[in-house]
Design a protein around this ligand. Structure first.
Ligand SMILES: NC(=O)c1ccc[n+]([C@@H]2O[C@H](COP(=O)([O-])OP(=O)(O)OC[C@H]3O[C@@H](n4cnc5c(N)ncnc54)[C@H](OP(=O)(O)O)[C@@H]3O)[C@@H](O)[C@H]2O)c1
Length: 274
């Protein structure tokens, strides 16, 4: 760790790749993401809350706008061929949101660009949005940048008429919902092998149910958010309920800290068995 480091490495069992110097200093060490890989990134309160209000940028609220968390988001995006998000998150993040490394941590933009060049990646990852109902704001800047939109066939037909022509609307199976396994196949067929999923919790739950997740990067913010009886706040995993004794289990591969924020890297056991 140097004076410039944002994170302090406590333990790292994953294969470590070298990063551009400025990034390696900020991250306190190297990082590698395997290919292919579906890796997920979330920030949670200590009591497991990831969304405090519908349609609000919950991640920043929960992390307390933590710089190290924003840097890590940027770094993980910088490795990605594609960033996959559910439409609930797109709506919550608001009109101006972009899913690029420099948008979330502009101070390291040069390092992110250098990393992508080393990995032979284009300047920015491709955004991929999952939707069943198709409620997307066609005028939103991120929609002008040619994302892939994954939707069931009926919704896809409507979206092809309504969204900007640069959007690629794909219907990977399913009448009501997208078949997530086919959706990932569709992304991989387009050459997107390192796929970063930034949630939200319903999308994560569905990916977990289908055992499609390889790794989880989890920032634990030192706050306790609490929940009402009605459960208006969302937990890390929504829409999936695993029987006792058959919980998806994980191996802890890395631990970093920044003050009282913890940065954990897990590998899903079912991924290691694949
Ligand atoms: N703390 C964090 O790190 C973090 C990260 C991400 C999000 N969040 C927060 O989480 C909240 C949103 O939660 P959420 O669970 O509603 O978000 P979400 O998972 O992003 O969105 C759920 C929506 O994604 C679409 N979707 C997911 N799976 C699909 C499938 N198989 N087929 C078709 N469409 C599918 C559907 O969109 P349609 O509704 O359009 O049909 C579904 O309603 C926001 O407050 C956001 O800020 C927090």
């Amino acid at each position: 760790m140097t004076a410039a480091s944002l994170l302090e490495r406590l333990n790292d069992l994953s294969p470590v790749g070298s990063l551009p110097r400025a990034l390696e200093e900020l991250y306190d060490g190297g990082l590698a993401i395997p290919s292919p890989c579906l890796y997920v990134n979330f920030v949670t309160s200590v009591d497991g809350v990831v969304a405090v209000e519908e349609r609000r940028n919950s991640g920043s609220v929960i992390s307390g706008h933590n710089r190290a968390d924003r840097f890590l988001m940027g770094l993980l995006r910088a490795f990605a061929d594609a960033v996959l998000v559910g439409a609930g998150t797109v709506r919550a993040e608001g009109r101006g949101a972009r899913w690029t490394p420099d948008f979330v941590y502009p101070d390291a933009a040069a390092g992110f660009m250098e990393l992508r060049a080393r990995l032979n990646l284009p300047a920015q990852p491709r955004l991929a949005i999952l939707t069943a109902g198709g409620e997307l704001d066609a005028t939103q800047p991120a929609l002008q940048e040619g994302p892939i939109v994954l939707a069931p066939s009926g919704t896809a037909a409507t979206l092809r008429r309504e969204l900007p022509s640069g959007c690629e609307v794909v219907a990977p199976g399913g009448e009501e919902r997208v078949d997530l396994r086919l959706a990932l196949d569709a992304l991989r067929q387009r050459g997107y092998r390192r796929i970063l999923c930034e949630g939200g919790p319903n999308t994560f739950g569905e990916l977990l149910r289908q055992r499609l997740v390889d790794e989880l990067f989890l920032t634990v913010s030192p706050v306790l958010a609490g929940r009402d009886q009605g459960g208006d706040r969302l937990g890390l995993v929504q829409g999936a309920h695993f029987p006792a004794g058959r919980f998806p289990s994980m191996e802890l591969r890395g631990v970093r800290r920044s003050g009282s924020h913890l940065f954990l890297r897990y590998r899903l056991d079912h991924a290691s068995a694949r």
